[in-house]
Design a protein around this ligand. Structure first.
Ligand code: FAD
Ligand code: NAG
Ligand code: NAG
Ligand code: NAG
Ligand code: NAG
Ligand code: NAG
Ligand code: NAG
Ligand code: NAG
Ligand code: NAG
Ligand code: NAG
Ligand code: NAG
Ligand code: NAG
Length: 663
């Protein structure tokens, strides 16, 4: 044993050497703000983290150092690996399986990674005396912060929707069981800081037939960043960012751009863009990742009705493909990869390591926040007429380039309470965002709706907030949202323009909102378009076409209690899935936004991907023939099933062995 490990340290040194060769002054990689960068094909430069790459010669060094082809073969690129490690049943391996890599191999892997391998444990393990992590003080802290997204994204393995790991290790007060088990949290996580580490992990997981997970922030609504027994990579620390004053991109765009590493979050992107006098298209949420699942899935933004979706902003991307190779993708280079990873979803054919996106000009922005409950109206009829008036004005609001994020429910939104039968209804405009508009212009746009509210004698106090740039308006209007619970199930639908132009269908959309609330559900939604008024939408990406005609993205959800049993969860989930038929019937040709959708959506390939699905599926086979990448509802996911341990049907969460679907 001693020999190989010593030799491997030398190998790790050779990876460090690659890094040293590239340890040039970071500044020299970035074009000076005053120079016009030369025409570049694809991304104009690589981040330092991206210049440290796994090459054939590094692997040859590894092979000659280890002197054991069985082991060195585990790290080889796809073209070099011939034998299959699949078990008889074709399932991905789990710890305890006879073919699971022995500890020596994990040690070698960790050495090659430079010590970046983390043995994973659930965040709340600190609350359980039978775990070595047990620490009452830490437990008190994580329990207090459990609903705060910062904490979950700063952890290598935690996800923000723990229902999808099987709610197996919750802190006190949120726990369904009195035990803590691994659930669908991965077995090991790589805390990546270079491309070489990602390539090595991709090769190892593929060659060793491990379940492979990419975790960025863990925000995914369907817990896609978890997987039982998996080797995970954590992209959180890929925090590079750069401003490129002028780029001539392959898609014909010329002008300023910003390049962001995979770990950059919305608030960091917004702050950075502001610091260089620009704005980028990102989500409303403070800590959603910008370059991971968000942009890959389409990515909607308070700026979408103005500039389109996040996927529409991408000029170039760097990707580690399933074969372990590192590529740049643009509309001319690896164009099919570039097409797929702008709308076709995360965790499909590669790991995106950075995006180069259009830097938009700073725009003055007004936001408006207000709410009213039934008690602020003369009665239920007035309350509902006020809500209907919003829906009647949605088309004008979107056509003015604005976005609105609303909540509708019974009583104030509180987590874990059942509201069925409670008629203390409330409506909240979390934020109406009017880019490029002064307060006076925003008031004029809102006047038709507000006049109706006034004539209905609804009491509401709109809070106007104005800044001369998008970031400063956004930062005060969008506080961090609650995450961390396992007591909500949502479904969603994109509602197209044709619905709002038809009195009957528009009324039905309103009535559906009313019906949902009367049945004890809640609604959260957006007036928004995937077609920006200020731009031509690209036609060469995989964004769900229904986004282009949409004027509203409506999410409807159901809640249960922390201690609800699995039967209740199953029943509630089925209830919200079938309730959504109301909106599906109003807009049968539309679809649903994959990143904020129901994993039990009927015909989900059609609903989440539309006409793009056959090509996406074909590319999945081309670039990931062995199925290294998997996520619930992702392209090709229908070929696999998660054999869940909870009393739910297969593939309702990630807490089970991943196997090819049984025929
Ligand atoms: C509070 C909250 C607010 C939200 N607000 C918005 C919003 O304003 N607009 C909007 O469009 N969506 C929003 N979302 C949904 C969001 O788009 C999805 O949750 C998205 O999947 C998050 O991506 P992530 O990379 O941050 O998260 P993760 O959960 O870490 O990853 C999501 C998926 O992408 C994969 N992935 C992550 N990084 C990479 C990578 N580098 N390469 C390949 N695959 C990768 C993961 O494997 C996983 O399958 C919100 C979600 C929450 C919980
Ligand atoms: C892997 O294959 C490439 C060609 O595809 C070759 O150049 C390289 O030497 C091989 N590496 C090893 C370690 O066998
Ligand atoms: C190579 O390593 C494997 C796994 O540890 C071991 O089973 C095998 O005997 C080794 N082969 C040689 C030639 O040392
Ligand atoms: C939650 O955990 C506490 C402490 O272990 C335990 O007393 C309680 O029974 C658990 N709740 C449920 C619903 O299992
Ligand atoms: C992950 O790596 C970063 C450096 O890239 C380091 O700052 C951080 O502490 C590491 N986190 C863990 C949990 O290892
Ligand atoms: C913002 O408004 C000004 C004045 O109406 C207009 O000239 C400009 O084109 C608008 N910008 C965008 C991005 O729509
Ligand atoms: C609103 O209030 C005014 C004055 O109290 C009253 O005259 C009017 O009838 C009310 N309208 C509605 C729709 O309740
Ligand atoms: C609702 O609006 C009132 C002002 O009319 C404000 O004081 C209150 O904080 C708001 N409540 C919520 C939950 O936003
Ligand atoms: C839509 O609803 C409004 C308000 O209730 C009503 O006046 C109108 O007649 C309805 N239109 C149709 C076509 O149902
Ligand atoms: C689950 O909980 C519900 C509601 O409390 C109860 O009616 C049902 O019997 C429980 N089911 C099981 C299998 O325990
Ligand atoms: C199933 O869920 C619906 C909707 O919440 C509820 O009305 C019904 O009572 C539930 N049934 C059971 C058996 O829990
Ligand atoms: C060893 C290594 O990875 N060298 C890379 C350093 O960065 C340049 C470009 O920035 C690459 O061309 C080298 O391959």
């Amino acid at each position: 044993m001693k020999g190989p490990i010593c030799l491997v340290v030398a190998t790790a040194a050779s990876l460090s050497l690659a890094s040293a060769q590239n340890a040039t002054d970071t500044a020299s990689l970035y074009p000076a703000a005053t120079t016009k960068a030369a025409k570049v094909s694809g991304a104009p430069f690589l981040f330092l983290s991206e210049s440290v790459q796994l090459t054939d010669s590094v692997l040859a060094d590894v092979a000659s150092t280890i002197q054991n082809e069985t082991i060195s073969g585990l790290f080889a690129f796809a073209s070099n690996f011939t034998s299959s490690k699949r078990g008889e049943d074709g399932c991905k391996l789990m710890p305890g399986d006879s073919l699971w890599p022995v500890q020596l191999v994990w040690n070698i892997f960790d050495d090659l990674l430079g010590g970046a391998l983390i043995k994973a444990s659930p965040l709340a393990a600190v609350c359980y005396p039978d775990w070595s992590e047990y620490n009452a003080e830490k437990c008190a802290t994580i329990t207090a912060d459990w609903l705060v997204s910062d904490m979950h994204e700063a952890d290598p393995t935690s996800i923000m929707l723990p229902l999808y790991e099987g709610r197996t290790c919750m802190p006190p007060g949120y726990n369904y069981t009195s035990t803590c088990t691994m659930g669908a949290y991965p077995t090991y996580t790589v805390n990546v800081s270079t491309i070489a580490q990602i390539q090595l992990a991709v090769n190892f997981a593929r060659n060793a037939n491990l379940r492979f997970v990419v975790k960025n922030t863990g925000h995914d609504f369907n817990g896609k960043a978890s997987g039982k027994g998996a080797l995970s990579i954590w992209t959180h620390w890929l925090k590079d960012k750069a401003y490129i004053p002028y780029v001539e991109a392959d898609n014909g765009y010329s002008g300023p751009a910003i390049k962001v590493g995979a770990g950059i979050e919305v608030f960091e992107a917004y702050e950075f863009a502001k610091s260089v006098g620009h704005t980028v298209v990102g989500g409303e949420a403070v800590t959603v990742g910008i370059a991971g699942g968000y942009t890959a899935g389409g990515g909607h933004s308070p700026l979408s009705s103005m500039y389109g979706l996040a996927a529409d902003q991408v000029l170039a991307m760097e990707v580690v493909l399933a074969d372990g190779r590192f590529i740049t993708a643009t509309s001319k280079q690896n164009a099919d990869v570039f097409w797929m990873l702008r709308g076709g979803g995360g965790s499909t054919i590669g790991v995106v390591t950075s995006l180069t996106v259009i830097a938009r000009p700073q725009l003055q922005t007004t936001t408006v926040t207000f709410n009213f409950t039934v008690a602020d109206t003369p009665g239920l009829d007035a309350f509902w007429a006020a809500v209907q008036s919003y829906i009647d004005n949605v088309e004008d609001f979107v056509d003015a380039g604005t976005y609105g994020y609303y909540y509708l429910g019974a009583s104030e939104f509180e987590i874990g309470t059942d509201y069925a039968g409670d008629t203390y209804y409330y409506f909240r405009m979390e934020s109406f965002v009017a880019p490029n508009m002064s307060v006076a212009e925003t008031e004029a746009l809102l006047a038709p709706w507000f006049n109706t509210l006034d004539s209905l004698n609804v009491t509401y106090i709109p809070w106007y907030n104005y800044a001369d740039n998008f970031h400063d308006a956004w930062v005060v209007s969008f506080p961090q949202e609650y995450v961390g619970t396992d007591v909500v199930k949502t479904a969603s639908r994109l509602m197209p323009r044709s619905v709002f132009q038809d009195d009957e269908l528009r009324n039905q959309t309103f009535k559906a909102h009313k019906d949902a609330i009367e049945q004890g559900l809640f609604a959260a939604g957006f007036h928004i378009s995937g077609t920006g008024i200020a731009v031509d939408s690209p036609t060469d990406n995989a964004v769900l076409p229904a986004w282009r005609d949409a004027l509203m993205h409506t999410i409807v959800g159901i809640e249960w209690a922390f201690d609800s049993n699995w039967s209740t969860i199953k029943n509630s989930s089925e209830f919200v899935t079938s309730w959504m038929d109301v909106l599906r019937d109003i807009a049968p040709d539309s679809g649903a936004y994959m990143s904020e959708a129901d994993l039990n959506e009927p015909n989900l390939q059609d609903a989440f991907y539309g006409v793009n699905y056959p090509r996406l599926y074909e590319l999945k086979q081309k670039y990931d023939p062995t199925g290294l990448f998997f996520a619930l509802t992702a392209v090709g996911a229908e070929d696999w099933e998660v054999q869940v341990e909870d009393p739910l049907p297969y593939s309702w969460n990630n807490n089970g062995r991943l196997c090819p679907v049984s025929l």
